[in-house]
Every structure is written in C-alpha cells, then in structure tokens.
Design a protein around this ligand. Sequence first.
Ligand SMILES: [Zn+2]
Length: 319
Amino acid sequence: MYVYIMCKKNIIYFIFMMMFFVFLNSCEKDIPINFCSFQDDSVKVDSLKINNKVLIIGIDGFRSDALTQEITPFIYEFSQRNVYKNLSHLTEEDTYSGPNWSSILTGVHYNKHNVTDNSFDGSLFEMFPTFFNYIENNVNSINTSSIVNWVPINKKILSIDVDYNTESQISDSLVFIEALNLLLNDDPIKPDILFLHFDELDAAGHNFGFSPNIIEYVETLNNIDLYVDSLVSIIDNKRLFGENWMCILVSDHGGDGYSHGDYNNIKIRETVFIAEHPLQNFKLQHKSNMTDIAPTVLDFLGVSSSRFDCSRDGQSILE
Ligand SMILES: [Zn+2]
C-alpha cells in the first residue's frame, strides 16, 4: 500500500513536471500576450480638442549641454517660452535609436514594444501601436505625416500609420524642404500632425565626436537650429490665424566620444525634451522619459483609448 501511494505521488509529480516543462517551452516560443488588447478597441474623441495640431521635431543625438545660447540661439530662446522643458529627459536603458524612437511613438518601454536595437527584429507594434495608429484608425479627418532622414522610423514603424511619409533616406535639408512644402503649400496634404526627424547631428557625433566642444557637432546643430527657427515661425504664423498648435522638440539619446551605447553615462542617457504651447499649463515637476510623448500628444488632441491607457507606461505632461 505504501509503495502504491509513493508510485501514485511520483506519477502525479512526473506529470506536473512535464506540464511545467511544456509550459516553459511554449512561453519561450509564443508571442507574449498583451491583456490590454482585450480592452475596448474604440477611442473617445473630445470635439473641443480634435482640431488641435501638433508639430514634433525629432533631433537624433542631441546632447543636453549643447543646448546653449551660443550653439542653438533659437532653441534656447524657444525653451524660455511657455514650455515644459527637461534637459534630463531619460532614454530607455537601451540607448540605441531604434528602441527610443519606438518608445517615443508608442508610449511604452522597450520591454513591451520589443525593439532592442536598430534592426527592429521582433518588434510588437501591432500589440503596442503608435499614437498615430490610434488616431488614424478612429479619426478620419486628421491628416498625419512623417518625414524622416533615418528611414527605418518610417519603414519599420510609421508607414502603415500615417497618411503621408517619405520612403527613402533623405538629408536633413530635404526633411526641412518637405516640411516647408507640407506646412506652407499643403503639398501633398495639409498636415494636422507632423513628425520630423533630423539625423545629421547623430552622424556628426559618430564621425567627429558628440560634444559641444567639437566644431562639426556644433556646426551641424547650429544648422538644425535654423531649421527649427523657420518651422516654429511658420507655426507661430498659423497660430495668428486661429490654429491651435503644440510644438514638441525631442531627442532619442545624447552621446559621448564617438558613440551613445552606455546607459550609465549621464551625457548619453539624459537628453532634450521641450513641449511648447502659448497657453497650456504643464506638469512642471514631472521627470519625463521617452514614453511620455505619445500620451501627451493624444491628450492634447482629446483622443482617449482604454486600450492605450491600459498599455502605456508614460503619462501626459499636460495639466
Ligand atoms: Zn547614433
């Protein structure tokens, strides 16, 4: 009898261990489940805010201590306006561009969207969509556009989510010209939400060094400052005609030496984030990170989604 009970226990134990082993194995292979996907897919739209407009200027590899009156006279002046400003804006622990632009656009950290390098292999944007996706799937009237120098942002993330995007690699000056065409000539669309990405500062950093003491880095940033000046002047003019724009300027990482791979380096993990609007109150005490941009944009547009609120890691910086 005793032997029989032992055997039975062993059999149960054996079956349990086998099930546990199968479970572990299947966990490794299967796509993870986002329980937020079971939330209501629809969004609520605030009719008072839905005509608001957003310009996002992305500057790759912008070291915070290079934002100075001498190097970036316009951005410096811009940062003194009615803004949320954080020069210690925190990157993902993975300080490559891929994970950080993905977090900026989705509002979730890289352990969710699963972009861990610039290959974008294994990305889970269907499970954790971009803020553009929430808008485009629910509000037809909004025109969205993305113009980027570093083409993986469009090819790997945004091309299916926006009305108009550039599909080949273009220089920063062409990004600027495309943006002028959109904003001044409605060519090819009149943009309500426009995402821009300038990459030549990151290239200057890799080639000559990320530093406010390196002439090539400074000259490139000085040139981008001129682009930002022109673009914000256009937005200021549109405001005079009653359009309610918020301007966001954000970078994906800083840099030190010729690279930006070390999260423990403060010159790399802390970068620039500024959100500007003439009348908006901001949560000035909040310490921002990459996942705060998407909820801020959706909040400004009055677009709310229970699925997004369940998934997101960041928070809106609007009061
Ligand atoms: Zn880089």
